[in-house]
Ligand binder design. Structure first.
Ligand code: TRP
Length: 327
């Protein structure tokens, strides 16, 4: 029996290179060794986008296509629409009894996001989304969650909840582990620590070759380097960080040339844009296929959701029995 992976995305728009580096890439690498569940977290998306449910709905298939186009095999991968899984909603309520409000309000990811969204007062739903995410991961007893760094506090909270829950009620819910992506978090092309749609500094998996060139050109390099003749400092350069993430082989060479003023920023950006476009070309090809076969995509999500419900309904029934939540 293969162990199970669960990970997910909020459908609030298209996925970008930050998602790719942080999670999508390892999903593809792990799909043979594990049984893989990809959750399209449309309820979690509501915590920040409750005024635009139509945008979330439109993004569900966009996110499914992003996942499929990077190479997730629909034969091996189960795609799940979160809102259609009642077991997640039920489990969220049960888990919520075991989590204190300060535990949530001190969660570093919650704090950062609240700041990014400009929330002075957080809704109950937003503050509580890590509890719901714990239910996402455990309704099907996932063993492993491949994530970027910012999700670690949520996985740690999940483990804590599960231990307490199993202790209290004698359930046997699996305590999940996380797998951090091997490449660190990707900064925005403007040098901002985080890449994000709301920050306007994202490069999307679905960007055209021209858009890639344009965005890479706008990228921030070593600001001291006003002339090609001045030696550069790769360690402060955003473009170099991208070379490290997407063009590892050529890095020693680029680093040397930059430090010795043998390559200018324009040429260095050109190299990066070419590399990115090379990487994205096969992804574009798959995207074009799925975009013209949208019924197939819908079928993949609906079959996956059905399969997940079968597992979730069985598990939640056992859990409720143990809790004496019964007639
Ligand atoms: N919080 C994750 C993000 O913002 C998305 C997500 C929802 C998730 N449910 C999950 C990730 C379960 C891993 C496991 O990207």
């Amino acid at each position: 029996m293969k162990k199970r992976i669960l990970t997910g995305d909020r459908p609030t728009g298209r996925l970008h290179l930050g998602h790719y580096v942080g999670s999508l890439k390892s999903r593809v690498e792990l799909q043979d060794e594990y049984e893989e569940f990809i959750l399209i977290a449309d309820v979690q998306a509501l915590t920040t986008h409750f005024e635009h449910p139509e945008l979330i709905h439109d993004s569900i298939y966009q996110v499914a296509i992003d996942n499929l186009s990077v190479g997730l095999d629909p034969e091996k991968t189960t795609m799940i629409q979160q809102s259609m899984i009642p077991a997640i909603a039920e489990l969220t309520i049960f888990y919520s009894m075991l989590v204190t409000v300060p535990q949530l309000s001190h969660n570093p990811t919650i704090k950062t996001e609240a700041k990014n969204y400009g929330y002075k007062e957080m809704t109950y739903g937003f503050l509580g989304y890590p509890v719901s995410q714990s239910a996402d991961i455990t309704f099907c007893n996932a063993h492993l969650v491949p994530v970027g760094e910012d999700q670690i506090p949520h996985i740690e909270m999940t483990r804590k909840i599960v231990r307490k829950f199993n202790d209290l009620y004698g359930t046997e819910i699996v305590e999940p582990e996380y797998k951090l992506s091997s490449v660190g978090r990707l900064c925005g092309i403007d040098g901002n620590a985080k890449m994000g749609k709301s920050l306007g500094n994202a490069i999307y998996l679905s960007d055209s070759p021209d858009e890639i060139v344009r965005k890479v050109k706008s990228g921030v390099t070593d600001t001291n380097r006003i002339s090609v003749k001045i030696p550069g400092r790769p360690e402060v350069c955003t473009i170099y960080k991208y070379h490290e993430a997407f063009n590892k082989e050529e890095c020693p060479n680029i680093e040397g040339m930059c430090k010795n003023a043998q390559i200018g920023c324009v040429a260095c950006k050109k190299l990066l844009a070419e590399k990115l476009n090379q990487m994205l070309d096969p992804i574009r090809e798959k995207r074009a296929y799925y975009e013209s076969h949208i019924d197939e995509v819908k079928e993949i999500v609906s079959e996956g959701t059905k399969k997940a419900n079968k597992i979730g309904n069985e598990n939640i029934a056992k859990i409720k029995e143990k809790m004496h939540v019964q007639m």
